[in-house]
Write a new protein. Sequence first.
Length: 509
Amino acid sequence: MATTASFSVWAFAFSLCLGVCKCYFSIPLKIYTGSYNFSSEVDVTSLRPGALTSDGNGLSLASDPTGTVNFLDMVNNLEGDSGRGYYIEMSIGTPGQKLNILVDTGSSNFAVAAAPHPFITHYFDTALSSTYDSSRRTVGVRYTQGNWEGELGIDRVTIPMGPNGTITINIAAILSSEGFFLPGVNWQGILGLAYPMLSRPDSSVEPFFNSVVRQLGIPDIFSLQMCGAGLSASSTADPAGGSLIMGGVEPTLYQGSVWYTPILEEWYYQVEVLKLEVGNQNLDLDCREYNMDKAIVDSGTTLLRLPVNVFNAVVGAITRSSLIQDFSSGFWDGTKLACWMKGETPWRFFPKLSIYLRATNTSQSFRITILPQLYIQPITDVDGTLDCFRFGVSSSANGLVIGATVMEGFYVVFDRAQRRLGFSLSNCAVNGGVALSEIAGPFSAADVAADCSTGPLKEPLLWVISYALMAICAVILIILLLLLVLPCRHRDRSGEITDESSLVRHRIK
Ligand SMILES: *[C@@H]1O[C@H](CO)[C@@H](O)[C@H](O)[C@H]1NC(C)=O
Ligand SMILES: *[C@@H]1O[C@H](CO)[C@@H](O)[C@H](O)[C@H]1NC(C)=O
Ligand SMILES: *[C@@H]1O[C@H](CO)[C@@H](O)[C@H](O)[C@H]1NC(C)=O
């Protein structure tokens, strides 16, 4: 009796183990081989200015906040998702024409469609606005993806779910564009929220938010909550939404404390990344690799973009820890989807990703972490029997970009007044009661280099150094030449041998 019982226990344990092992070793994975159109995705980081103009920010820091601003009136003023971008409704011109405007912290021009385009439903008709004032200057912006050209002008704008008041702002009327407006997007213009240094044609064109702060007297802070976490980036269903709070921080949008990292340079929102972890494994690259040639926070970029070396290290680490060995490279480079049977959520196979940022106390850091739900992203409408996902991280040739994939986990405070960016746990980055992001600190930054940034703004200093070195070389060369030439003169004058020692001999004689 006892032996039969123990046998059946063993048999049960054995079959359980088999079941578990089977479950782990034959993950029902299928790489979808059909084409998927990733090109219809927002990627609007403005490209670096060709020539580095001087930093035109005589920014007025916020004086004490006048007027009462009710942030609750701005909650949920955004629509959209990571793939198609997040946009806010604005009323432009007199009488007001309503347009949806993409919120982009990676550029600095305010621009709206001012001519018909096949991918947009309506545009700003400058002829119908009595307050539109054209400057007759042309302007154009090139982004990581797409570009536009148009005419600079000035007009009045109100934001129905923004701060009270009408603002007179610089506006670029887009007359032609390539790859900028995309099929399926529901916005007709772009709100560049970065610093004057990125403004085109030059930094004298005051960006929108600078005008808002100056004219309405609100504090020089805005904060951004994007709520598409865990939702399909390409679904045709209702977009997710979010909040752009202008003038401060709305306490109901986050939990816990806000962790701040300094803004290194005021052009993009450039920050300093100290370390990356996959699972709990430190990637252990030289921290300069993470900031090559800059690390920025950009709401107008869909994915988390990593410099090539960092990207390869992350993919390697995920492959090792994901229990999935047979991924085709197509999944990682974004050309193929990975699919599982419907209902098989694959997230348990993937590790967490953590980014360590320099804290405002520069000898410390803090860590923002995203769960796989944020970077293994569902793509709907591919195949009826399968759930398909794409990799929300891509490689980058122009620096590390903390894009919507990461930002959707956090309520991000752009505290321009104190030149710092704050991260806190977003209360909409939750799925079935489980938080999809984590934030922790402080950690010591003593083991990290004092300066991990390799920003292009350091270049002028390098140039100064190299010019100085060149000048020193030139002086040495001239001295050498003189030394060569002078002895000849001696010979000319005296007809004698004229090297240094012979001169001495001469004198002794
Ligand atoms: C993908 O989108 C681009 C840009 O809208 C379009 O020109 C192209 O035809 C699309 N490709 C496919 C395979 O749908
Ligand atoms: C705008 O003004 C109205 C009326 O004074 C007020 O109720 C509302 O809260 C204000 N909105 C904001 C965002 O300050
Ligand atoms: C900054 O951090 C260091 C190391 O943790 C600590 O010793 C120091 O007191 C901190 N400085 C401030 C101003 O908080």
